[in-house]
Design a protein. Structure first.
Length: 419
């Protein structure tokens, strides 16, 4: 009798498990068919994307460039014109490796240096030159890689997508108090608070750099990227939670209406599905390697093509033809520490530099260490800095585009240096 009851209970348990599995299978299949059906019937603005998709070879790495854009008139004085440009303010490269099922999310600073008509410009300006085509070509050159697909969305779309997720909960690690009446942007969050951000609040958090009193992120755009990466990470966690599965139809509907892309319906679904199934340990976030440098009183981020090449697992060697022995370096001691310049001379000699002079700064004390480059090609500066080693970590770097007869590099040592 007891054995019969156990057998009966086991049968009931099996039936329950089968029913639960059937529900999950139906749910997954239903969402899959809804996704394909809905996206295929969507009338999007993707025909405005003026760069073609590049289909990757089977099991080859895939690069998807995502740009968050602002909208502004080409003619700021004529508000009646509907001909608007879209300026990229958030630029992210998704590098997916199908073979080992890994994803690298690489934020590229919007202040990255590009050349337009042989003049220095920032990467976020690229999309206003020739739309997505120019920004894709710029990133391909800067990162020495091929972009397969391009996706863009504006802040209105960003707000809609976050709202469809049901918001994103964030810990606020900085005091955020900023107002911009022109953009109708008002950011007010208390440090130490935990807030479930709706779409509007998420935009404010994502865009914040500084406060009304000038305080804020000391590292500017690269500091903002850290906040953005925290937000992206939490958004991905939110998307992967079981409770979110019932919101998929709404999320998919919102995505299809709000993104512009050269990806096909099939590819959108394929990669969205692949990313959502990745092991968390296989998803890593980076800021593209580079160096903040002042040029003609403007701050630019010089991307380190050689090191970013390694980050992407690209075996193509980047040739910069840097001859360390030909570079003339002057090291000036701006502190009261005796022998500091000579110590750094020894360190640079160990790294292969030979033409080095030392001396004392005519002005003392100098608080912050500064490195000035004279007439060195912008693309070579990050690698030159790399060759100089980790001992010299300057507070600021500057490029004077005219060559100097005396030196190629002047290093002014300040009290912030430790050696």
């Amino acid at each position: 009798m007891e054995k019969s009851q156990k057998t009966k209970k086991n049968k009931i348990l099996k039936v329950v498990i089968i029913i639960i599995l059937a529900i999950f299978i139906c749910l997954a299949v239903g969402i899959t068919f809804f996704t394909v059906f809905y996206l295929s019937g969507t009338n999007s603005k993707s025909n405005l994307i003026n760069v073609k998709a590049v289909e990757p070879a089977k099991d080859a790495p895939v690069n998807i460039l995502v740009a968050g854009v602002d909208i502004g008139s080409k003619d700021a004085n004529d508000t009646t014109k509907g001909d608007n440009i879209k300026k990229a303010n958030s630029i992210i490269l998704f590098h997916y490796e199908p073979e080992d099922k890994s994803l690298k999310i690489i934020s590229i600073p919007r202040d990255s240096l590009i050349k337009v008509d042989n003049k220095a410009q920032k990467l976020n300006y690229a999309s206003s030159v020739d739309g997505p085509k120019y920004i894709v070509n710029s990133v391909q050159k800067l990162m020495n890689t091929k972009i397969n697909y391009y996706v863009q969305l504006d802040y209105a779309s960003f707000r809609n997508i976050i709202n469809s997720l049901g918001g994103v909960t964030m810990n606020i690690n900085n005091k955020m108090n900023y107002d911009d009446k022109v953009q109708d942007l008002h950011i007010h969050f208390a440090k130490g608070s935990t807030i479930k951000l709706n779409g509007q609040q998420a935009e404010e958090y994502y865009r914040w750099v500084k406060n009304n009193d000038g305080t804020g992120l000391l590292s500017g755009d690269t500091g903002r990227i850290k906040n953005q990466q925290s937000f992206i990470n939490e958004s991905m966690n939110n998307f992967s939670r079981f409770s979110t599965i019932f919101k998929y139809p709404s999320i998919i509907s919102t995505l299809s209406k709000n993104i512009e892309s050269n990806m096909s319906t099939y590819d959108v679904f394929k990669y969205a599905r692949a990313f959502s199934h990745l092991d968390k340990t296989k998803v890593t976030m980076y800021t593209a390697k580079g160096l903040n440098v002042a040029i003609d009183n403007n701050e630019y981020y010089l991307l380190d093509t050689a090191n970013n090449n390694k980050l992407l697992g690209n075996n193509t060697k980047v040739k910069n033809d840097i001859d360390k022995k030909s570079l003339k370096i002057d090291i000036l001691n701006g502190t009261t520490k005796n022998g500091l310049a000579k110590n750094f001379k020894t360190a640079l000699e160990e790294n292969g530099f030979t033409d080095i002079t030392t001396g004392n700064s005519p002005q003392k004390p100098i608080d912050k260490t500064k490195v000035t480059f004279y007439g060195i090609d912008e693309g070579k500066i990050p690698e030159v800095k790399d060759y100089m080693g980790n001992d010299i970590k300057a507070n600021s770097y500057e490029l004077i585009q005219e060559k100097s007869k005396k030196y190629d590099i002047v290093i002014l040592l300040g009290n912030d240096i430790n050696k």
